[in-house]
Write a protein that binds this ligand. Structure first.
Ligand code: ZN
Ligand code: ZN
Length: 254
């Protein structure tokens, strides 16, 4: 399998990543990527940018060096109700939003609590995928999470960085892929690069997808067309939600 989209990359705006969006785009291109999502950490992560970073993403062009840049975020799941650290009013403008647990911003709960938090984050209409859900520090009921992703039309991420920094992720990721196969849930692949050189390097992700005999039609990153189709169908859903919120005069964040 050949992947051409990396939906999880960080820039210096994350505080503990070391490349600019220009460097990321250049290395994405050099490493065979046609698109990347710029998904910097939400403000609850120590050293990350404030919400202003996310409010101003409009200044970034759609293409840099011929690489399609999806404007996004890696929002932190702050509690087991699925509350995120970026308001919906800002998330709603983005093209690709990841939600994830980090033990720096939330103490891991019981399996039941973690599962609830992840499912509640997936329920947020402006979240597109959960990032590194296979992290064993936040053990979840994999079957329940994947069924929720199916219900809400969201993606499960298989994260290459996890295999290095989140030991024990491999078994969980295999299980996630098998459940995605079973329930027909889309899979997105991210390197979680914190340095431009790592963008598009999917070594262990590819091994895991292969070992779990992934149904290739579920993987959105195998062509730019497929990724664009996902982003644009999600845009339609998000716009409908925004229209309903406006109609009901809902200005507060859900
Ligand atoms: Zn993360
Ligand atoms: Zn990340």
């Amino acid at each position: 399998m050949n992947l051409v989209v990396d939906t999880h990359t960080h820039t210096i705006s994350s505080g503990h990543a070391y490349s600019t969006i220009m460097e990321n785009a250049a290395h994405a291109k050099a490493n065979g990527m046609e698109a990347i999502a710029m998904t910097d950490h939400g403000p609850a992560m120590k050293g990350a940018s404030s919400v202003l970073h996310f409010m101003n993403l409009g200044v970034i062009p759609k293409y840099i060096d011929g690489v399609r840049i999806y404007k996004g975020a890696e929002a932190n799941i702050m509690d087991f109700e699925g509350k995120l650290d970026i308001p919906d009013s800002i998330l709603s403008r983005m093209e690709f939003v990841l939600a994830s647990f980090h033990d720096i911003t939330i103490e891991p709960g019981s399996e039941e609590e973690n599962t609830m938090g992840m499912i509640n984050a997936l329920r947020n209409p402006f979240v597109d995928a959960v990032a590194h859900p296979g992290n064993p520090v936040f053990e979840v009921d994999i079957d329940k999470v994947v069924r929720a992703a199916a219900e809400y039309g969201k993606l499960i991420e298989i994260n290459n960085g996890s295999f290095r920094v989140r030991k024990g992720s491999r078994e969980n990721c295999l299980e996630f892929v098998k459940k995605c196969n079973k329930y027909g849930v889309g899979i997105t692949c991210g390197t979680d690069a914190h340095m431009c050189f790592d963008i598009g390097k999917f070594g262990i992700v590819l091994e895991v997808l292969d070992e779990a005999q992934v149904r290739e039609e579920l993987v959105i990153g195998i062509s730019l067309e497929r990724a664009e189709a996902f982003i644009s169908s999600r845009r339609t859903v998000k716009n409908n939600v925004i229209a309903v919120m406006k109609h009901h005069n809902i200005t507060h964040d859900m």
